[in-house]
Design a protein around this ligand. Structure first.
Ligand SMILES: Cc1cc2nc3c(=O)[nH]c(=O)nc-3n(C[C@H](O)[C@H](O)[C@H](O)COP(=O)(O)OP(=O)(O)OC[C@H]3O[C@@H](n4cnc5c(N)ncnc54)[C@H](O)[C@@H]3O)c2cc1C
Length: 308
């Protein structure tokens, strides 16, 4: 937890005190589980939504939702499917010839797995830097990025957060796909990252030109042998199940008005674009509910969730 950027409180129940040495994956799972229990939220799981479509034959103007656990209809949908299930892998010449292990950061478990191998980390975001920090403690690493990473010395405060959100908001209002998180936040020098840099673990090299069975061919023609390549190259929004609604415009993204899809008032995207962070998702959730309650035919839940 000491290396995370900051986890926002869920609405109504503040985060409990946390041991800075606890892995964030364990802390977050516990906090969310306790939240669900405390509020008595009824979450159906596991259920995969396969598609959301317009029920043209349906006079009430409902949306049809096909899932792994039967079909549903709804007057509105708040889509909060994140990005975690859509890791993005770029392609490089010779990639399939690599004899070592290639994995995306989404499949990374622990640095211990790489002991004794030289590990290449690709990507200019916080995931790459976090991995380099961890893996360089147990073995040798190289870091490759397309552009020179942009570091910021000052703290990522509320003002910086506001500016970053405004940049993303502007893109999605114009119907462009959101860009990587790091392109609007930059990389923040935490004490852990400063220590990694002092160990030489954050010496960035320009992208390699191709992948060969035993390593990568460098931009200057040299060769870097490697046993593993970790792609920390980001994620895309998981929106495949919304394809029948044809929400994407000419810019390749979805034109948004706040959390609402501009062309479909019954669909709100929470965690997409400007709301894709724990703080953004909180605010966006509230805004989406308020907007949906104004739709004709929608009434507040019979048993509203409340907290003291
Ligand atoms: C390495 C890393 C570090 C980060 N650090 C921070 C940090 O310090 N602070 C911070 O605020 N944020 C941080 N973030 C970002 C934060 O994790 C995300 O912003 C947050 O998880 C987004 O929450 P979400 O609920 O929108 O999406 P997710 O957490 O991705 O949840 C989406 C859920 O929808 C489910 N789903 C997807 N498709 C379907 C479907 N078809 N049917 C049913 N369910 C589906 C998924 O299984 C998942 O459970 C970090 C992210 C990464 C990758």
């Amino acid at each position: 937890m000491e290396t995370v950027n900051g986890i926002s409180d869920l609405p109504g129940i503040a985060k409990p005190a946390v041991d800075p040495r606890e892995p964030s994956s364990e802390f977050l799972a516990r906090y969310f589980r306790d939240y669900e229990e405390e509020l008595g939220l009824s979450v159906r799981r596991p259920v995969k939504v396969r598609s959301v479509s317009r029920e043209d034959a349906n006079p009430a103007g409902l949306l049809g939702i096909a899932t792994s656990d039967g079909d549903w209809t709804a007057g509105a949908v708040i889509n909060a499917t994140g990005t975690w299930t859509r890791p993005f892998w770029p392609t490089y010449p010779g990639q399939s010839t690599f004899r070592g292990r290639q994995l995306h950061v989404a499949d990374y478990v622990s640095a211990e797995e790489f002991k004794g191998q030289h590990v290449i980390v690709v990507g200019g975001g916080i995931s790459a830097v976090g991995l380099l920090d961890e893996i360089s403690r147990v073995t040798t690493t190289s870091w490759f990025t397309r552009r020179e990473p942009v570091w910021r010395d000052e703290e990522f405060d509320a003002r910086a957060g506001h500016d970053a959100v405004a940049l993303v908001e502007e893109r999605v209002r114009r119907g462009l796909p959101p860009q990587s998180v790091v392109s609007v936040t930059g990389l923040i020098w935490t004490p852990a990252f400063k220590a990694a840099a002092a160990r030489g673990a954050l010496d960035r090299q320009p992208m390699f030109t191709s992948i060969e069975p035993g390593g990568v061919r460098l931009a200057d023609g040299g060769f870097q042998p490697a046993g593993a390549i970790v792609w920390a190259t980001g994620f895309r929004a998981e929106l495949e199940h919304l394809a029948p609604l044809h929400l994407r415009g000419h810019g390749g993204g979805i034109v948004m008005e706040g959390t609402q899809v501009a062309s479909e008032p019954r669909v709100h995207l929470v965690g997409y674009g400007p709301s894709s962070s724990t703080i953004g998702a909180n605010r966006a959730g509230r805004a989406a509910v308020a907007a949906i309650l104004k739709l004709p035919g929608i009434s507040p839940a019979a048993t509203p969730v409340s907290w003291g």
